[in-house]
Ligand binder design. Structure first.
Ligand code: 5GP
Length: 115
């Protein structure tokens, strides 16, 4: 059984976060240390530690994560200029929180993806 992270507490609203969207499958909230003018995290409500752990039964939640990212990008006014959505996996991917999350980054030119 995978261990819960701080994101489960945010989803259950046990600790504060600026939640922008929540439904039965996913929750979106602002990153505490934004790396772009808009930096939002979109997470499944149930714990999936890494993308290596994704199962076919998670496909609805993962699709919803992308739909919600696009909706929040439009609401933030960054859709037309563009944005980046990223999921990091494990050590080489730079994953710090082991509850998968989509980073929605935008609001300025983002530069090369890997430097
Ligand atoms: P990762 O490196 O795992 O892909 O990204 C984890 C992200 O979660 C980081 O951008 C980090 O700033 C953010 N983060 C970590 N702890 C918290 C928290 O308690 N609240 C919020 N809102 N974001 C967090």
């Amino acid at each position: 059984m995978a261990e819960e992270t701080i994101f489960s507490k945010i989803i259950r609203r046990e600790i504060p976060a600026e939640i922008l969207y929540q439904d039965d499958l996913v929750t979106a909230f602002r990153d505490i240390h934004p790396k772009a003018p808009t930096h939002i995290l979109i997470v499944p409500n149930h714990l999936i530690p890494t993308t290596n752990d994704v199962k076919a039964s998670d496909e609805l939640a993962l699709g919803r994560m992308v739909t919600v990212a696009a909706k929040l990008a439009a609401e933030a006014g960054i859709a037309e200029d563009g944005y980046r959505i990223i999921m990091n996996c494990n050590r080489h991917g730079g994953q710090e929180v082991y509850h998968i999350h989509l980073h929605l980054l935008g609001g300025a030119p983002l530069g090369p993806m890997v430097s």
